[in-house]
Design a binder for this molecule. Sequence first.
Ligand code: GLP
Length: 243
Amino acid sequence: MRIIRAKDYQDMSRKAANIISAQIIMKPDCVLGLATGSTPIGIYRQLIEWYEKGDLDFADVTTVNLDEYKGLSPENEQSYAYFMHHRLFDHVNINPQRTHLPDGTNPDADGECARYEALLQSVGGIDLQLLGLGNNGHIGFNEPDTAFEKETHCINLLEQTIEANKRFFDSIDEVPKQAYTMGIRTIMMAKKILLVVNGEGKADILKEALYGPVTPHVPASILQMHPDVTVVADEAALSRCMK
Ligand code: GLP
């Protein structure tokens, strides 16, 4: 595991965007696993800037997103589909047909999970998976549990996650209680993983994830078992990891 120390949020974003950019340049038809949340916003902004300068070409890139709220349509501003369009897809030359997320509008959870799992297989594996870190150690929406869920599944969001994500909604009642998420196996099958973390609020959980026991109670701890993980975190997030 490589740990890259960034000065602050902007530095983290630029360093992580450089890694994604290198992936696209090295393999223009790569499959990128993408993440939402506040952490990657600066990365997407940077990628757009480099695209506008002519340094990046998304024409042959395929993307698969980690997760989506169950019950939200792509038109809903809080949906992850809306986020991805607004923060990245609409600003670069990516082919919309090659951008994939779980379909939050599908009420048939089993059907939707099977469809997304098949889609993940059909794209032929993820070259680089971008991950944020939930306050409770979740990756995607793989919440702390007694076992790692391997496949795409429908998850009941924990109170703490609903609480953490209510800042994006008008009220806590509007935060969906369920989500579709890629499972741990798909994440672990990615050839490369890029975990981005910022802020002091994540310092304890980042330390647990990187140096604590590998346990489904801290889902991100499974990343210790992956052969090619790069962590880009700012000094505040790494403040408990000083050795
Ligand atoms: C959300 C997403 C995760 C994300 C995490 C952290 O619940 N499902 O993919 O990594 O929360 O979000 P943030 O970057 O806003 O702290």
